[in-house]
Design a protein around this ligand. Structure first.
Ligand SMILES: NC(=O)c1ccc[n+]([C@@H]2O[C@H](COP(=O)([O-])OP(=O)(O)OC[C@H]3O[C@@H](n4cnc5c(N)ncnc54)[C@H](O)[C@@H]3O)[C@@H](O)[C@H]2O)c1
Length: 432
């Protein structure tokens, strides 16, 4: 995001607000805090400013450099400097604070979300819901018990293309959907994995928090934690989860009853610690969903379909991403060899600002105590599904899931991976 664009957005918002008195506006504004001031924390903040009616009163980060940069951007935009904190618990003590945006790495989602709910703050937390399955369940329970408005950052719940494709499929025009395949094939961003001293501005011990404290390198630090097993847990959990959530949303799916995974490090061994090649097969009711990724080499030979989902219906195949859907009719009659299809297809373009709409829905729900489209329970299912795929990879290739008991069937090794021990002094929130 360009600084100019960010400030331009704020200026436009401020102009629109000029019609009412400053006192009225201050009274009505939602007083926000931001925990995690890296890339996406500022994207979410920009979306909140675009949606309007907010004032960022406090920000928190464990890297002073990120804190300073975010503080300047927010001050330039809203005219007021937010208070800055290193410890999220101190931010949550800020008088008048109503709601928080949490955009820390996944291992730092559970504790701040639960603490914010306990202290009566509404929450927008980035995806994935949590680092492990049991954290996710504890977050669902804490949010429910608190009665707070909690939205999880699966902004594709507001993609216009996905909304339209969902309606199209629900009308039965593609016929019954028999299977779904989602994928991404593009190279990962790689940094030097050699351990070095962390930047002087960064409290690496606090950044690691409840997760294992690995030696710092640029490959496991800011942004690049995604492909580190101990923090981001790989491309399916980081990116693929968006498509798994979208497929669940389009078809109204619950949890898979089994997940099988195969893959590993074939090209990037020694550079990252999560699969550079992965196939995961999810047995959802009523149809299977497969995920594949390859994060090395050429981006894709067919870029228009290199990142998205194929819904294979009895009458039509639909390719979907967050900007368009493409309908390919199935050739009539039995297709033996070769199955060529008709070549005919129809594209529906539908691009919108899904990020702003997702944040705006949350802000409106904060004002009206209304509902959001991705509450923790929904995010829990999408997150647990991909977490089970990563568990399957380590525990014999397959996990069977009892959704009623929320237990793995007949695989103690997999069951043990539903919860990761926290590094002291942090205490895992799941008490089951
Ligand atoms: N919805 C989306 O499309 C989307 C896109 C990108 C990232 N994300 C999500 O946003 C979150 C952040 O990702 P990012 O790319 O901005 O990462 P990032 O590394 O750029 O930023 C994370 C920030 O959190 C800070 N942080 C770490 N521990 C903290 C703590 N205990 N208290 C306060 N701050 C702490 C880091 O110092 C850093 O500034 C992740 O959950 C990621 O999955 C979502």
């Amino acid at each position: 995001m360009q600084r100019r664009v960010f400030l331009g957005t704020l200026a436009a918002g401020a102009a629109a607000l000029g019609r009412r008195s400053a006192a009225e506006e201050t009274k009505e504004k939602i007083r926000l805090g931001l925990i995690g001031c890296g890339w996406y924390g500022l994207v979410d903040t920009e979306a909140a400013f675009k949606a309007g009616g907010v004032e960022v009163v406090g920000i928190c980060d464990v890297d002073n450099a990120h804190l300073l940069a975010a503080s300047e951007r927010i001050r330039d935009g809203q005219g007021l400097s937010p208070r800055a904190f290193k410890d999220y618990r101190e931010l949550l003590d800020l008088p008048g604070l109503q709601a928080v945006v949490i955009a820390t790495p996944p291992h730092w989602h559970a504790l701040p979300v639960i603490e914010a709910c306990k202290r009566g703050k509404d929450v927008y937390c980035e995806k994935p819901l949590a680092y492990d399955v049991r954290e996710g369940r504890a977050m669902v329970e804490a949010a429910r018990a608190s009665g707070r408005v909690v939205q999880i950052g699966f902004q594709r719940r507001h993609s216009e293309a996905i909304r339209q494709a969902k309606a199209y499929i629900a009308e039965g025009r593609a016929g019954k959907i028999v299977s779904v395949a989602a994928h991404i094939h593009y190279p990962a961003q790689l940094e030097d994995p050699t351990p070095v001293d962390p930047p002087a501005t960064l409290d690496w011990d606090l950044w690691c928090g409840p997760a294992p404290k690995l030696p710092y390198s640029r490959q496991v630090g800011h942004f690049n934690w995604r492909t580190e097993e101990a923090y981001g847990n790989g491309h399916l959990v980081d990116w693929g989860i968006h498509w798994i959530d979208a497929i669940r949303n389009v078809l109204g799916l619950g949890m898979p009853r089994s997940v099988q995974s195969a893959g590993g490090l074939y090209r990037l061994k020694g550079r990252i610690t999560t699969p550079d090649v992965l196939t995961a097969h999810f047995e959802f009711e009523p149809c299977p969903v497969t995920w594949t990724h390859r994060i090395f080499g050429q981006a894709e030979v067919s870029p228009e379909t290199s990142n998205g989902m194929f819904f294979y219906g009895e009458k039509e195949t639909i390719f979907l991403n967050d900007e368009r859907y493409v309908v390919y009719p199935t050739a009539p009659g039995p297709q033996l060899s070769p199955p060529t299809g008709t070549g005919e297809h129809r594209t529906v373009e539908a691009k919108n600002d899904q990020q702003t709409e997702h944040v705006k829905e949350w802000l409106e729900a904060v004002r009206t105590r209304g509902k959001v489209s991705c509450p923790p329970e929904e995010a829990y299912r999408s997150t647990a599904a991909v977490q089970l795929a990563m568990i399957a990879l380590k525990a014999g290739g397959r996990v069977d899931w009892d959704a009623d008991k929320e237990q793995v069937r007949d695989n103690p090794k997999a069951a043990a991976l539903l919860k990761r021990e926290y590094r002291a002094p942090w205490v895992h929130p799941w008490k089951g």
